[in-house]
Design a protein around this ligand. Structure first.
Ligand code: NDP
Length: 337
């Protein structure tokens, strides 16, 4: 069983050498009556929160990865053995698994059984998985949008951002995104239908870039990055705006987070800042599928993925999230069936 192991607790920016490949010869077994299943992992998801788990964390939302163990994360797999009555051999599932070829799952009630296979299976790591639920709950519930409002999305071409932007367009908002390369900015405007977009690595004066894109100010900010961008956005928010605090990828590899100087704007403008937790929306997965799946099937929503081949390329794929190497949702293929 080939595995990707975390070597040690990570300091600063994660490196490929923080992980290594190992072949484990222990054969996995499900005990009779144990309720456990074994899955063959097909697609693994690379997500920014995985960096948080590579360092000891004192937060009830995250458990630290034990050094010497395989990395854990979301993925898509096929059931190869089952003692759990609701899953049988051959069923396809998505949920939390490990970075290895085969995984023993002791709590299979946390897995979602995949019913629709007329879309790429890898979508269950992205648009039809955890990032999709984040974008859906984050936009419709936390952002509380109104038709015609002005929304800004950072890390807009990524797994979550590309979807928030398309939901917002379909809803009738004016949508602007930022991303870190010219190619990603083109994707935002030409593939995902954003009204405007800018490259935050070239437009160094973020305040000026936001003023140019939003001469009348921003109603909704879907924040994927935190730091300097959040600070510049605060100055450009309109009264009674909402900020969905989805993630702060620009701060994850820092020992000390960067200061936010414009926080008093929250008070002056009565801005609502609210956090998102993808897990809060998992009980509504059936409703989410009912709404989102037809949009994919009818081509109203598109999804861009960046697919790395093989477990041996998984560490590079994961750390690439922090330099913006990924174009779209980063997935690792372990096996195709
Ligand atoms: P992406 O697919 O967007 O990949 C990460 C992207 O972040 C990179 O491609 C890069 O794009 C950008 N980035 C990396 N470093 C920086 C930096 N220093 N400053 C600005 N941008 C940077 O990831 P996801 O869509 O999966 O995640 C986006 C955010 O949402 C993350 O903060 C993540 O933690 C959060 N999240 C939160 C969830 C929740 O439940 N609250 C659930 C899922 C995700 P670019 O080239 O544009 O810089």
């Amino acid at each position: 069983n080939k595995q990707v192991i975390l070597k040690n607790s990570v300091n600063g920016f994660p490196k490929e050498s923080d992980m290594y490949l190992k072949t484990d010869s222990i054969s996995l077994k499900v005990e009779q009556g144990s309720n456990a299943v074994i899955i063959k992992n097909l697609y693994l998801s690379c997500d920014p929160y995985m960096r948080i788990r590579m360092t000891p964390v004192d937060d009830p939302n995250f458990t630290t990865y034990p050094p010497g163990s395989p990395i854990q994360g979301f993925g898509v797999g096929k059931v190869v053995e089952s003692e759990y009555p609701e899953l049988k051999k051959g069923d396809l599932v998505w949920g939390v698994t490990a970075w290895e070829e085969y995984t023993l799952i002791n709590n299979p009630q946390t897995l979602f059984k995949i019913q629709h296979t007329d879309v790429p299976l890898s979508y269950y790591t992205g648009i039809l998985g955890m990032p999709g639920m984040t974008a859906w709950g984050g936009f419709y519930e936390i952002c509380a949008p109104k038709k015609g409002e002005y929304i800004f999305i950072s890390a807009a071409s990524g797994a979550v951002g590309q979807l928030v932007g398309q939901f917002a367009k379909l809803f009738g908002c004016y949508v602007v995104g930022s991303a870190g390369t010219k190619e990603k900015v083109e994707l935002l405007k030409n593939k995902f239908g954003f009204d405007d977009a800018f490259n935050y690595k070239e437009d160094h004066d973020l305040n000026a870039a936001l003023k140019r894109c939003f001469p009348e100010g921003i109603d909704i900010y879907f924040d994927n990055v935190g730091g300097k961008m959040l600070d510049a956005v605060l100055v450009n928010m309109r009264a009674h705006g909402r900020i969905a605090a989805c993630g702060m990828i620009s701060q994850l590899n820092r020992e000390h987070t960067e200061g936010i100087y414009n926080m008093m704007n929250v008070v002056y403008k009565k801005i609502r800042i609210e956090g998102i937790a993808a897990f809060d929306y998992f009980p509504q997965y059936a409703k989410f599928l009912e709404e989102v799946l037809p949009s994919i099937q009818e081509g109203k929503i598109v999804y861009v993925e960046d697919i790395a081949e093989g477990l041996e390329n998984a560490p590079a794929a994961l750390i690439g999230l922090f330099s913006g190497r990924n174009v779209g949702k980063q997935v690792v293929v372990v096996a195709r069936d």
